[in-house]
Write a protein that binds this ligand. Structure first.
Ligand code: HEM
Length: 248
């Protein structure tokens, strides 16, 4: 009987933790994200170079917005505890990958769909208006990268036959020796953030929105790829010049 009581109390404690709540409210969105065409290509070991290159372009824009806003708000009480630029920052890693695939003038070649622009716009808006919501976005991206992302990196290497991890810096976290221990630390820092009930609900809603933005980016990328493939097909059929900017 005593054990039962203690267990219930412990469960209630964890139920109130932001890290548990955020995982729970985004569970269904996570399943949907995993089942997007792009993520399924990864999981099936069928990710192609055009898919990966386009994804890197969008990730570059997303992390640039996210990391600029985190930097600017690094002293905000909702951001400071989860601010780990040395361990997590992705912008430079993605730059290296883009340079590897597109060459030194990669900045002029990157292609991003409308959904990516909308996602970045939201990041910049909350950076100005509700910096505590940045936690929801940082959680969605960084904890994802340190979880399923680690497996996806190895699959991507095999699928595209990349040697010596070239073009795969995005997946590598040299400042994190144990992703699992780091995720534990990150969760405990999330739980240390003091939020009023309304703010907490806002953060939880924002996390669901963050997953939704990611899903829309993946879907938009796939659409862009199929349009390009169709263009290539029709160009081949009608012998018109091919405009394959960003896909060379
Ligand atoms: C956690 C797989 C895509 C965000 C995880 C975990 C796995 C996983 C195995 C660990 C679960 C645990 O520790 O209990 C995958 C696979 C994916 C995928 C196979 C696609 C092929 C995504 C995407 C996002 C994402 C697209 C967001 C954009 C997260 C987050 C966590 C997580 C935030 C941490 C959950 C938590 O512990 O609170 N994922 N994932 N994942 N994933 Fe994914």
């Amino acid at each position: 009987m005593e054990t039962e009581k203690t267990q219930t109390a412990a469960e209630q404690m964890t139920d109130r933790d932001l890290s548990e709540q955020i995982k729970k409210v985004t569970k269904e969105s996570h399943v949907r994200a995993e089942n997007t065409e792009l993520m399924l290509s990864f999981q099936r070991g069928k990710v192609t170079l055009p898919q990966y290159k386009l994804l890197l372009c969008s990730l570059y824009e997303i992390y640039q917005a996210l990391e600029e806003e985190l930097d600017r708000n690094s002293n905000h009480p909702g951001v400071a505890p989860i601010y780990f630029p040395a361990e997590l920052a992705r912008q430079e890693s993605i730059e290296k990958d883009l340079e590897y695939f597109y060459g030194p003038d990669w900045r002029e070649k990157i292609v991003v769909p409308a959904a990516t622009k909308r996602y970045c716009h939201r990041l910049r808006q909350i950076g100005k208006e509700n910096p505590e919501f940045l936690l929801a976005h940082a959680y969605t991206r960084y904890l994802g990268d340190l979880s399923g992302g680690q497996v996806l990196g190895r699959i991507a290497q095999k699928s595209m036959g990349l040697k010596n991890s070239e073009g795969l810096s995005f997946f590598a976290f040299p400042g994190v020796s144990s992703p699992n221990l780091f995720k534990q630390l990150y969760r405990s820092r999330m739980n240390s953030v003091e939020l009023m009930e309304e703010e907490r609900n806002g953060v939880l809603e924002e996390a669901v929105r963050a997953f939704e933005f990611n899903i829309q980016v993946f879907d938009d990328l796939q659409k862009l790829l199929s349009v390009t493939e169709n263009n290539l097909q029709s160009c081949l059929t009608h012998s018109k010049p091919v405009n394959a900017k960003g896909f060379q």
